[in-house]
Design a protein around this ligand. Structure first.
Ligand code: KIV
Length: 290
């Protein structure tokens, strides 16, 4: 019996997510950065995010700040070639939406031209103008509040946000301003569960939590964290369902051992010459170099 929990086959769109919020149906979202991860994730989840976390998860950076539009486009194109049925969201990297509406619209529009259904960008009230500009161009926007990794230098590290009254109230206010500006959903990252619950019950748009407790409309985790593919420290909100890193290393080392002891490949894993050609090959000798 298969234990695969598959998502419905219907294509997930923004109106579908809106409907699910009304029905109290929870949304599962994960990241994908290439065609392989997209094909694994697509039958299972509702939203695929080509996150700028590609920077620290796959590209060896310490944080997301060095991730460029060129890098994001490269990874988005790989994911979008798999034509996912999940809603495909592309993350606006640092400095791609800070330099004015024209450049922001060109960058976000380029994501849509490469197959994304929507874009995600980090930040609160100060982003409402740019969100409006994008929505005016029919570019759907997912907001992202709380522990926003692109603000690591302002936050003084990757720290839980919204833990004092001012910050908590500001976050609620920001969430409503982003909704008003036209965001179709919000990621809430690294905030107290009670605060995420209050945002979720007062907003009409879905909230997708990561380290934000169980009351959000859905949850997102990085693909490599769920599958144990990251060797680095995992924060406490991450639940790992398989120690993939270790499992894959064990499998690879069995193959390498078979190579070294001659057990790979067997005759079933070889191509053969047609009848008669073996003799011709055996009687061939290299000509003497002149
Ligand atoms: O880049 C990313 O992976 C994200 C999610 C963790 C929400 O922004």
């Amino acid at each position: 019996m298969s234990h695969i929990s598959q998502a419905p086959v219907e294509r997930i769109t923004i109106p579908v997510l809106q409907r699910w919020k009304g029905e109290g149906r929870r949304v599962a979202m994960t990241t994908a950065y290439d065609a392989v991860t997209a094909c694994i994730a697509d039958p299972i989840v509702d939203i695929i995010l080509v996150g700028d976390s590609v920077g620290n998860v796959c590209l060896g950076f310490d944080n997301t700040l060095p991730v460029s539009m060129a890098m994001m486009n490269h990874h988005l194109e790989a994911v979008s070639r798999t034509r996912p049925r999940a809603l495909l969201v592309a993350d606006m990297p640092f400095l791609s939406f800070h330099l004015g509406p024209e450049e922001t619209i060109r960058n976000a529009g380029g994501f849509l031209q490469r197959g994304a259904d929507a874009v995600k960008l980090e930040g609160g009230a100060k982003r409402t103008e740019i969100v409006r500009a994008l929505v005016d161009c029919d570019i759907p926007v997912m907001g992202h509040l709380g522990l926003t990794p692109q603000s690591v230098n302002v936050m003084g590290g990757f720290k839980v946000q919204g833990r004092n009254a001012d910050d908590a109230l500001r976050l609620l206010d920001d969430a409503h301003r982003l909704q008003e500006a036209g965001c179709f959903a919000l990621v809430l990252e690294g905030i107290p569960a009670e605060l995420a619950a209050r945002a979720t019950e007062t907003l009409t748009i879905p909230t997708i939590g990561i380290g934000a407790g169980p009351s959000c409309s859905g949850q997102v985790l990085v693909f490599h964290d769920v599958l144990g593919l990251t060797a680095s420290h995992r924060p406490k909100f991450v639940r790992t369902y398989v120690e993939g890193f270790q499992l894959l290393q064990e499998a690879l080392s069995r193959w390498a051992a078979d190579v070294r002891n001659g057990a790979f490949p067997t005759s079933q894993e070889c191509y053969r010459l047609p009848e008669g050609l073996s003799d011709a090959i055996a009687s061939w000798a290299p000509s003497n170099p002149t």
